[in-house]
Design a protein around this ligand. Sequence first.
Ligand code: IPM
Ligand code: MG
Length: 324
Amino acid sequence: MRQMKIAVVEGDGIGKEVIPSALEVLDALTLDIEKVPVEIGYGKWKRTGRAMTEDDFDIFRSCDCILFGAITTPPDPEYRSVLVRIRKEFDLYANIRPIKGITNSRDIDFTIVRENTEGMYSGIEEVLPDAVHSTRVITRSGSERIAEYACSLATEKRLTIVHKANILKSCWLFREVCIDVADRHKVRWEEMLVDAAAHRLVLNPERFEVLVTTNLFGDILSDMSAALIGGLGVCASANIGADYALFEPVHGSAPDIAGRGLANPIAAILSLAMMLKWYGRIKESDAVTGAVSDVVSRGITTPDIGGRCSTTEVAGAISRAVGK
Ligand code: IPM
Ligand code: MG
């Protein structure tokens, strides 16, 4: 296998704590991986007026993928989300968010497959004096490829197609394409309106296996689902395209707790595990997820999931468990 080269973005806030934690775990695996640090984000924007430059993109292009912490997105109309730009630029159309219980005995284990490049994130917005029109774009090809991805995860499972087709014509297209693709692959499917899906996810999350949905619905449902399994501190994600990928914790930069050793490094460490799996390093990926479960079961956790340990203590314990 040729040497893997990853771009490493700590970003802002707790990104500067959880990414070094993930790298400590990666180092414990003693793999031959080149790591290229890239500074982008709000901090850089405040300092230089640019959150990300063309040179940064060139570095990303020279790497196999990106391990990404978190970036603060201020509610400033002049500021364009760096993350959304990267997703668009590399056409990372599938956002995969596994929701699996690690802190409690509930048997919650499902994956949200979120379309990641269109929908309400189309970027097509018209600002008028007294109204703003945000255009929701759903295409046949965009729906087709996310449905294909979801079906590839749902071969032995039930696929829940989440939409709002009773109201939105764009969702009607999404629904129709997903059903066609699922039928073609002989995947067992059901459909659910997004509001009903939110309700049932809270009431009975154990019944879900794989969900496929549009961009903003997936964004909202994934934060909500994180709350079912101990919060955002334990939820990892992969943004996947045809030949590139970005791996990041679902949480944001959490400026309120940044720099205090309170951040849970598990989401970033499980994102690293997703990266290793994507690259075909299955044994190492399993070693990382196994080490996380082991450390959590021994009660070595940060306060957000009931423990008393710091970010670095948890990361240290996980990297020692991986090294064994
Ligand atoms: C996420 C985040 C992003 C999104 C933001 C930071 C642009 O909330 O990854 O879920 O809305 O997709
Ligand atoms: Mg989100």
